[in-house]
Design a protein around this ligand. Structure first.
Ligand code: 6GU
Length: 257
């Protein structure tokens, strides 16, 4: 997967050299480039923002640098007659999916992470201040898919941290990134429930015991216990998730729990 990130703070992305994301970059699974938006400014002050039309507090990112950045990173449109000039050019002519982090976006979910993991090319545009001039997104939408995406109901200074979150959720779904693909199936959100609690050795620690069932070796009982714990946790912490489950996904013993 190819990923381009545009930001006025490229330094935010230094952690992407670490851990499993760093490994995915090193082995070519993730071809990631971070770009400084100010590279597409032309004035001595390298200005990227201005006051909002209509008034109000804060600043808005001006459209000109963003327009040039997106032109440079999203390939030119194919010829109007659909002519394919050469194979390499036609492959490069598939426009990326543009993602714009914003508290006004649609909610980022595990389902969206799966959807993004299937894309060949993601382009992230990180806004700061009160956001990016809306015409940048409207114009981009004439030649590529544009999604404004939010992490949740709170406000960050800018999109950079959100991109780190989204990219981590997506990268771990790419083929070959996780050693044990089974962990993708078991985890919280995989089946619309939170995951049951986990334990390791020692069996007793500071007076707290590992539940007996997990030491029983009875795989049927263990699976049932984990399912019950997942249901109880989800009911207590995320009643919205429980309510959203299709009724046929609950069996008789689930209802008892
Ligand atoms: Cl994606 N961006 C910003 N600036 N604030 C947020 C957010 C994104 N998601 C939640 N709050």
């Amino acid at each position: 997967m190819r990923v381009d990130i545009v930001s006025i703070f490229p330094e935010y992305f230094a952690p992407l050299d670490l851990s499993l994301i760093g490994k995915a970059r090193a082995n070519g699974t993730l071809r990631l480039a971070v770009h400084d938006l100010r590279a597409w400014t032309h004035d001595v002050h390298r200005t990227v923002d201005d006051t909002p039309y209509g008034g109000g507090p804060g600043m808005v990112m001006r459209p000109e640098p963003w327009g040039e950045a997106l032109e440079a990173l999203a390939p030119a449109e194919p010829a109007p007659d659909g002519t394919i000039r050469d194979r390499a050019a036609s492959e490069a002519a598939v426009p990326p999916r543009l993602l714009v982090p914003s508290p006004a976006g649609v909610r980022f979910t595990q389902a969206m992470a799966h959807e993004l993991a299937a894309e060949p090319h993601l382009l992230f545009a990180c806004g700061r201040y009160e956001g990016i001039d809306q015409r940048v997104l409207d114009h981009a939408a004439t030649r590529m898919r544009v999604t404004e995406v939010s992490l949740g109901d709170y406000v960050l200074f800018g999109g950079e941290v959100a991109v780190l979150v989204i990219l981590e959720a997506v990268t771990r779904l790419l083929p070959g990134v996780l050693g044990n693909a089974g962990s993708l199936d078991e985890e919280s959100h995989a089946h619309g429930l939170l995951e049951a609690p986990m334990y390791t050795k020692p069996a007793t620690w500071r007076g707290h015991e590992v539940p007996e069932v997990l030491r029983s070796g009875d795989h049927g009982r263990i699976a049932r216990w984990r399912r019950d714990e997942a249901l109880l946790r989800t009911a207590a912490r995320r009643p919205d998730m429980l309510a959203a489950l299709p009724p046929e996904s609950l069996d008789k013993r689930d209802r008892a729990a």
